[in-house]
Design a protein around this ligand. Sequence first.
Ligand SMILES: [Zn+2]
Length: 338
Amino acid sequence: MFSGTKFVVDAFRYGEIEGISSYFLTHFHSDHYGGLTRSSTFPIYCNRITGNLVKSKLRVAEQYVHILPMNTEVNVEGVRVILLDANHCPGAAMLLFFLPDGQTVLHTGDFRADPSMETYPELLGCRVQTLYLDTTYCSPEYTFPRQQEVINFTASTAFELVTLNPRTLLVCGSYSVGKEKVFLALAEVLGSKVGLSRDKYNTMCCLESQQIKERITTDWKAAQVHVLPMMQLSFKNLKSHLARFSAQYDRLVAFKPTGWTFSEQVQSVEDIEPQISGNISIYGIPYSEHSSFLELKRFVQWLKPLKIIPTVNVGSWSSRKAMERCFSDWLSETRAKL
Ligand SMILES: [Zn+2]
């Protein structure tokens, strides 16, 4: 809760909280909306895409979902708020609050920091005192390529493999929302549709993207790119998936867009090697929707907040201490440069 307000952000797991009047939701990932159900009857504030998902997937009643515009200052209970693109999953927003006591607070939700954020006029026009920061990868070992590089690698690998053997079925793993760019790039390079389950199809329709809508179908046979839940991407499952389409395909290549994994440290896309078993190949691709360590550092050094509150990996004392040390190093470095 921020001083002088009755606001909380991404705090639904406690049900209705005494003294809280407005519940903000940054984006539609379960570790953020967890606890929100069809019986939730308190005011929820989010943007349109997240609101569509909350209503359609969680069945929260329309009257409790308050849709806020992007990049536009709005007034929620006398407090000025602006939603900004977080470069995470579709609908993900950062929240900029101008509190009654004069403090400016930025809550990143989950985000992948990007130099383009340094040109957001809303951030250029204010001085952020307190930053609530997505610290998923706040340690120097977390390095991974830029998203576009990974997309290009995935599309060109797929194109090559399908050119060599046109009877190749492509599969892309996914969770709920996020990482759509990976399967869209596959579909685009092949000029194919994307086949997905009815449930996933309905989820994708919440995103209000014409580009996605034109590509997706629930008719698996009409698509050379299939989207399957990430946990189904094992050799055993993929083998039986391929068998269902043996009239069309005799080979399957799967792409697993994960974030950073200890076992598959890749500095560059050239390091990506598939795992192969018979006619099935699985590529783990380092497509991250969270900031790398250096992206976090650059963003913080640009924003220069007075105080940083980490929102991820805060469970252990040692990881909290390590992050505190990081923040103070970053900020003292920028002060030294002044
Ligand atoms: Zn997320």
